[in-house]
Design a protein around this ligand. Structure first.
Ligand SMILES: Cc1cc2nc3c(=O)[nH]c(=O)nc-3n(C[C@H](O)[C@H](O)[C@H](O)COP(=O)(O)OP(=O)(O)OC[C@H]3O[C@@H](n4cnc5c(N)ncnc54)[C@H](O)[C@@H]3O)c2cc1C
Length: 504
């Protein structure tokens, strides 16, 4: 196997980080991507030459990227222009009810005191402290661990870690946790919304998702050139390390030899031998047989009812007035419970609308780049849904909050759940893999190492979960798992060859 490359199927952030880490360790890596560009969900949409982020927009947990780039012999600063945002997000409920959260904790507490009273400002500080504790308790034994189980979580944390873990109620929902902290329904809604970062409902998601509040408080950056520039930076570093990329090609089948991965077949009917294969597609693509029957059983299928949310997005290059947009903006629905009840079967009648106004770090004059997003059910593989009604509801919500947009349909690209389903096969448009509903959900995500020797999984649908930093972490876990396997196999061979007697 020594002269055969490691193949990575998919140049999403999980595949790209695994590719860079393995190439940095001197491995020969061939990255195969079905689209014409890297990034997967982290894509650009071109409207009249304006390149608009069509996927992730919030860049957090930069320490994960710092570490990968350091191992690849460079730095994040050398590869990317990053600017810390002082306003994390602007939130609006209409009729002038607006609240900004800031990178500075005290500034946020002051804003909350003005918005909802001094008691709620204190509740905010205790909520942030709890979310920091949850993050610290889960960072090593869960996020950075290869295959966490409830048992390993408890035993690998050390005494102090175990004490922190014992303070986490695994059966509490995020909604109940935010309701425990906040009295103001608007603040419950604001912090409950973090469940949607994993495509989940705050009424069913585990309370541990409150750790996202700490992650954002720890820093949100805007990326020069948009989030797609992150993918391009990884691509550049990988090529510099001697890696090879082939775009516009799919891995369509996997060949096993004595039960181990030995070759792949492509959409161009090529057969390419490999030592190992990392699949960065959604794990459900493997379970659905899109990588062939020999590996189908390596991943557990995600039933439609366990899917995370999808979204309908409108990438637009338009002029706005009235509401002073920040980089990240949220316009809330009037009844969050009703919104999530409706999301179980279709588009909500009164949606919460998120807008990324990526030009807002600079002065805006004229049309600006916008990504407008509304959560949607992952039913993109059902009969096509009409989306005029949800588009009207989105426009009404923005107008209600005072944001006027000079709508021009020729400068808008709409991606409904069926669009995400086409881009990411076997997902139904689910953006974040399995929903984080119930305490067991986090342990049901696929581990990096599968039961098929030489086959690994990386990406937002695998452990530790979705989001750009988590998917990058899963790429690291896949690369590390592969290297550990390689070293142990190498040791075994060496022992057997010298003198014919195995030393092990
Ligand atoms: C609208 C939207 C907003 C989001 N907002 C945020 C945010 O603000 N912050 C955040 O952190 N995260 C956000 N996310 C989630 C984040 O984008 C994802 O969790 C993350 O990018 C997933 O990365 P991945 O490694 O799973 O790869 P993916 O991005 O899923 O890419 C997988 C790649 O594999 C390729 N592929 C699939 N099958 C094959 C095959 N057979 N052969 C070859 N290639 C194949 C695909 O073409 C694709 O390029 C958002 C996502 C979306 C869609």
């Amino acid at each position: 196997m020594r002269n055969k490359p490691i193949i990575i199927a998919g140049a999403g952030i999980g595949g790209l980080s695994a590719a860079c880490l393995l190439a940095a360790r001197g491995e020969e890596v061939l990255l195969i991507e079905r689209q014409a560009a890297p990034g997967g969900k982290m894509r650009h949409i071109n409207i009249d030459g304006a390149l608009i982020d069509g996927g992730p927009t919030v860049f957090t947990m930069r320490y994960i990227f710092d570490a990968i780039f350091a191992e690849a012999g460079t730095t994040l600063e050398a590869e990317l222009g990053l600017k810390p945002l002082s306003v994390l997000a602007r939130h609006s409920w209409g009729h002038g009810a607006e609240l900004d959260l800031f990178a500075d904790l005290k500034q946020s507490a002051d804003a909350i005191a003005q918005f909802a009273g001094p008691d709620e400002a204190n509740h905010f500080l205790s909520f942030q402290a709890e979310s920091r504790r949850v993050f610290n308790a889960l960072k090593k034994p869960f996020i950075e661990s290869q295959r966490p189980t409830p048992f390993s979580l408890a035993t690998s944390s050390g005494i102090s870690g175990m004490l922190e873990l014992m303070r986490i109620n695994p059966f509490e929902t995020l909604w109940s946790a935010v309701s425990r902290h906040f009295k103001d329904p608007r603040l419950r809604q604001l912090y409950g919304r973090y469940a949607t970062y994993c495509g989940s409902s705050p009424f069913e998601a585990v309370a541990t998702l409150m750790l996202i509040a700490h992650v954002e408080q720890d820093g949100v950056w805007s990326v020069e050139g948009g989030m797609h520039a992150v993918a391009r930076a990884f691509e550049r570093v990988f090529l510099r390390l001697g890696g090879t990329i082939r775009y516009g090609l799919s891995v369509s089948d996997v060949e096993l030899h004595h039960g181990s991965v030995s070759a792949i077949a492509t959409s161009e009917s090529e057969r390419i031998e490999c030592s190992d294969l990392i699949i960065n597609a959604d794990v459900n693509a493997v379970a659905s047989g899109l990588f062939g029957p020999s590996v189908q059983h390596a991943a557990r299928a995600v039933p439609a009812k366990a899917r995370s949310l999808s979204a309908i997005t409108w990438a637009a290059h338009l002029t706005t007035h009235g509401f002073p947009l920040e980089h990240h903006n949220v316009f809330f629905s009037s009844d969050y419970k009703k919104e999530f009840d409706e999301l179980a079967t279709g588009y909500p009648s009164d949606p919460t609308v998120y807008i990324c106004a990526q030009d807002r770090t600079e002065k805006v004059d004229g049309p600006e780049r916008l990504l407008i997003l509304v959560n949607s059910p992952a039913n993109g593989d059902d009969a096509p849904q009409a989306h005029q009604k949800i588009e009207m509801a989105m426009r009404l919500k923005l107008a209600h909050c005072g944001l006027k947009i000079d709508w021009d349909d020729t400068r808008i690209v709409t991606t409904p759940p069926s669009g995400f389903a086409d881009l990411f096969p076997a997902t139904g448009g689910a953006i974040y893999g399995r929903a984080s509903h119930g305490w067991l959900a986090s342990f049901q995500r696929a581990a990096a190492k599968t039961k098929i020797p030489g086959l690994y999984l990386a990406g937002g649908s695998a452990h530790p979960g979705p989001g750009v930093p988590m998917a990058a972490m899963s790429g690291r876990l896949a690369a590390e798992s592969l290297m550990v396997q390689r070293v142990s196999t190498r040791k075994f061979h060496r022992g057997a060859i010298t003198g014919g007697i195995s030393m092990r």
